[in-house]
Structure formats: C-alpha cells, structure tokens
Design a protein around this ligand. Structure first.
Ligand SMILES: [Zn+2]
Length: 337
C-alpha cells in the first residue's frame, strides 16, 4: 500500500518540478528576449534620430543650393542683358554719332552759352602705378548706409582700398561716413543724387541737375571734390543720345565715368553670399584690370557676408586692392569720344 501511494506522489512531484523548471527557463528566456528587443528598439530610435538629423541637414543644403541657383539665374540674365546692350551699342554707334554731332550738345569752352553749373569741375590728383603688380578695383555702389562702416573695417583688415560711388537721396543720415571713406584712403565717387532712371536719363540737363546735387552734398560734407562717377545701371542705360551727351559734357568738366567688368551679381536680392564669392572669383581670372561691381546700400548683407572671403581669396591670388582714380585704365561700356 505504501509503495502504491509513493509512486504517484513521486510522479506528481517530479512532474510538478519539471513544469516549474520549464516555466522558469521559459521566463528567463523571455526576459532575455525582452531585454534584447528593448536594446534593439533603443538602437533603432538612435538610428532614426540620426537619419532625421541627416534629412534635415540635406533639406537645408538643398534649400541653400536652390537659393544659389536662383542667384546664378539672376546673374546670367544680368550678363545677357549687358551683352545685348553692348551689341546694340556696337551696331547703333554710327547713327548715334551722326545724330549727336548734328545736334551739337555740350557747353564747349568756346560756346557763348552761359554755364548753369559753374562750380561743377573735377579736381584731379595723380596716383602712380607700379609695373608688374596685379591690381583689383573693388567698387561699392548705392551707399553710404549702415553697412558702410563694416565694409570699411573689413577693407582695413586687408589693407585694401576701394571706390565708393555714393547716392544722396535717402542716405543723408549716413553722411558722416563720407568723410570716413576719404580719411581711410578710399576714393569717394558719385553715382547720382536720386538714382531714379526715369528722372536722370530724361535729358543731359536732368542728369547734370541731379549730379550737381550729389556733388554739392559730398563737397559740403567732406570738402572733397570727386572726379569719378558711375551711371546708375551703367553707361549702357538710358538712351544712347542722352548718355553720350552726358559723357561728353561731364568729360569736358573733367569727370570720368567708370563701369565695371566683373559683376558680383549682388544687385539682385536673391543673390547669396556664396553666389557673390563665386561670381567674382570665377570671372576675375579672365579679366585684365578687374573693376568689380558690389553694393554697400542698405540691405546688402549678403555682400557684407561675402566680403571677408572675397578679400582673402583675391589677396591669396596676389591682387593688390586699389582705389580707382582718373589715371586708372577706364572700363567703359560707352566711351568718351
Ligand atoms: Zn546703383
């Protein structure tokens, strides 16, 4: 009897222990799996955030590239407009010359006509050139503005001189920077008072009237008489007849106009600082006597941001930064005849 009960009890206990052992083993296994899944989940989450960061970086780079391309498009259309103007100018030269000479514009020194702008004559000073030296002429249009002192500080850092073609209207509050430009060894030149194409290109006298205003403003502020000027939009703007007559009359008064042969493309607000750096550094290699168009008017922050790199790259390429003067080789789309 004893033996009979012992066997089932022993069997049940053994079975029970086996089940407990099996369950214990399963639990341990599940726990291990759970921990490994948890580790994998953490790894996946980490990878995911890494991918998200990369995706965000790529999106930002793409946006930057899109901006750059937009800037380049603007630059290309500016260049093609300029080329078109040059083509038109070349083909229409003969007829304009005829019409100008037949109209006989200009206050010639022998003319009996009274000069309505008797004080508007340029004071010329000579700056010698050194042979064998590579020069680059950075020019800044449309200032002075709140950016001008920062541009001047950057130029100082590179011992660079430049030329500022200034505008009077809406810039009166920055008049104090005109003296800084002169005192820090740069050339102060004139761009116009109003920068209003519809006004200044109406006639030669409309231009002279506007020009006298900016000339007087600069003279009163600095005691300096500029002898260089730049047409708003370049000398290929406005009607050929009017611009030619302005060039002749301004030349007679001792003023020389300067266009440019390297554009930074910063006239467009779409231009990024990278556009500006590339436009200048790519084009300049193909240009002798480079005169670079830039702007220091209000809002031209991309130009300011590009300037240190431009100065560094051109300096590394062996250029000396020089101001324009009346002895610099003229860069003119329409020449004085
Ligand atoms: Zn301008």
């Amino acid at each position: 009897m004893k033996k009979r009960t012992f066997i089932p009890v022993f069997a049940c206990t053994a079975l029970f222990l086996c089940i407990c052992g099996f369950l214990g083993f399963q639990y341990q296994d599940l726990d291990g799996r759970y921990q490994s899944l948890e580790a994998k989940a953490a790894q996946l989450e980490k990878n995911n955030s890494g991918l998200n960061e990369k995706l965000e970086d790529s999106a930002a780079q793409l946006e930057e590239k899109e901006k750059y391309i937009e800037g380049q498009k603007d630059f290309i259309s500016e260049l093609s407009e300029q080329m078109q103007c040059l083509g038109e100018e070349g083909s229409g030269e003969g007829s304009e010359e005829d019409s100008s000479s037949s109209q006989g514009y200009g206050y010639s020194s022998s003319s009996s006509e009274e000069d309505p702008y008797p004080n508007l004559y340029a004071d010329k000073e000579e700056t010698p050139m050194q042979s064998g030296q590579k020069y680059v002429y950075l020019t800044f249009d449309d200032g002075p503005s709140d950016l001008t002192p920062k541009v001047l500080d950057l130029l100082d850092q590179y011992n660079a001189h430049a030329t500022f073609f200034v505008v009077g209207k809406n810039n009166e509050e920055y008049a104090e920077y005109l003296s800084d430009i002169v005192e820090r060894g740069h050339t102060l030149a004139l761009h116009s008072y109003s920068h209003d194409y519809s006004q200044i290109y109406r006639s030669r006298d409309a231009f002279l009237e506007d020009y006298e205003k900016v000339y007087d403003w600069v003279y009163q502020q600095t005691g300096y008489s500029p002898c260089l000027y730049r047409f708003p939009g370049g000398s290929n703007n406005g009607s050929s007849y009017v611009v030619n007559s302005i060039i002749e009359e301004m030349g007679r008064r001792g003023f020389t106009h300067f266009d440019w042969n390297v554009s930074s493309g910063d006239g467009s607000n779409l231009t990024t600082s990278q556009n500006i750096i590339d436009n200048i550094c790519t084009t300049i290699k193909y240009v002798e006597n480079p005169v670079v168009l830039m702007h220091d008017g209000s809002g031209k922050n991309a130009t300011l941001a590009a300037l240190p790199t431009v100065l560094q790259k051109l300096s590394d390429a062996g250029y000396e930064f020089r101001s324009l003067d009346q002895h610099s080789e003229p860069v003119q789309y329409r020449e004085e005849k």
